[in-house]
Design a protein around this ligand. Structure first.
Ligand SMILES: Cc1cc2nc3c(=O)[nH]c(=O)nc-3n(C[C@H](O)[C@H](O)[C@H](O)COP(=O)(O)O)c2cc1C
Length: 366
């Protein structure tokens, strides 16, 4: 695909996906069997692309699902933003052509606004909405100082009322994503999760860090196991799932029904299919450097096709090109790019440099 002419995201994936070990056509979560209980769907389809604000736009989600993720989440979306804001906020919950369906994560503190947002999202997405997840995990002060995100773990009554409000507003399952606790050393996840399940949450995702740890330090997987023991609904493990082996290990070691991959998917959409291979006892194939460059290009074309801001390509370049010879130089080159043409010019130059490095190596061996 040489041209930079506008194409639909579905066309980009169909044309470039299979060549880089990704699916060219995406299937709905659990084969679209919406009538099945969420627990059964998660048991059979446990590999989830985690919500990441500023990262999991539709291009990112499509790459993850083409790489084998069973389901992907939107970035967290503010209920107040949906109520008071304009079309821009609503676009955060839209699926791109070719993206089959979506889990939408909402945040806020007001039960009426939650009910309104959940119902609005359900109406906008129809069959393409898989579930509504409530964010009770975000540690960012701008969010917690309003009582939102992880601060809800200190107000379980209010948190439960948000779950109940959403359950009353939509037909799809409502789930929550929580932390080990809000403050260092004060683990409340098991009893808090039980409370949310009692309020109607059909699954609980647990990130095994305290909110005060933000994204640093080690995630504790034992707390995932303790939540599994505390509740009857499926538990989704999150935290320090850096590669496919850890994704598979999260499932086998904690008893979690499903696993979320977050930063471990940076520049690595194949992490999901590799985890699936490991779960059935196969050794996954390593991904070559050339394939990583091709996948970066596919991702850039998806960003363009979904109308996203192409500057996102700068961090994507850092992730896809990690470990390449002269990676710092190529990072610098990507940081100068703003348009699709510029990014594709950079990847063409990178391919030439890789081919000539290979040629000199062959000559040295002759
Ligand atoms: C850049 C970034 C943005 C995130 N945004 C969200 C979010 O919007 N909602 C959420 O529930 N978790 C969010 N998370 C947390 C992840 O979903 C995940 O739980 C966390 O990163 C732990 O997994 P990891 O250690 O494997 O990265 C975010 C994480 C990162 C790194």
């Amino acid at each position: 695909m040489a041209s930079t002419q506008m194409q639909s995201p579905a066309d980009v994936l169909a044309a470039l996906g299979p060549g880089v070990g990704l699916c060219g056509e995406l299937a709905p979560f659990a084969g679209g069997r919406r009538g099945l209980p969420l627990a059964q769907r998660l048991t059979e389809h446990p590999l989830l692309m985690a919500p990441m604000a500023g990262v999991t736009d539709s291009a990112y989600r499509m790459m993850a699902r083409a790489g084998g993720a069973d389901l992907a989440y939107s970035e967290m979306v503010s209920c107040a933003g949906l109520h008071y804001g304009g079309e821009k906020t609503w676009e955060l919950v839209d699926v791109a052509p070719g993206e089959p369906d979506l889990a939408v994560q909402l945040f806020g503190t007001n039960p009426e606004l939650f009910a309104e947002a959940a119902a609005g999202v359900a109406e906008r997405l129809g069959e393409r909405l898989v579930l509504i997840d409530i964010n009770m995990a975000c540690p960012v002060p701008k969010v917690t100082k309003k009582g939102e995100g992880a601060a809800l773990m200190e107000t379980p009554e209010l948190a439960a009322s948000l779950v109940a409000a959403c359950v009353g507003a939509v037909d799809v399952p409502v789930t929550v994503k929580i932390r080990r606790g809000r403050r260092d050393g004060a683990e409340v996840a098991p009893e808090f999760a039980r409370r949310m399940a009692d309020a109607g949450a059909q699954a609980v995702a647990v990130h095994g860090r305290y909110a005060t740890q933000f994204y640093h330090g080690e995630a504790d997987w034992d707390v995932v196991r303790r939540v599994v023991e505390a509740v009857d609904v499926p538990v989704i493990g999150s935290g320090d799932v850096r590669d496919a082996r850890e994704a598979a290990r999260m499932l086998t070691e904690t008893g979690a029904t499903a696993v979320m991959v977050a930063r471990g998917s940076y520049g690595n959409p194949w992490v999901f299919s590799q985890a699936r291979a490991l779960l059935i006892g196969h050794e996954p194939e390593p991904v070559s450097l050339v394939r990583r460059v091709d996948a970066f290009e596919c991702h850039m074309r998806l960003l363009a096709a979904t109308g996203a801001h192409l500057k996102r390509g700068r961090s994507l370049a850092t992730w896809y090109l990690r470990g390449m010879p002269e990676a710092a130089y190529w990072r610098g080159r990507a940081n100068e790019c703003s348009t699709l043409e510029e990014f594709l010019g950079m990847t063409a130059e990178l391919r030439r440099a890789m081919a000539s490095a290979d040629a000199s190596e062959d000559a040295a061996h002759e």
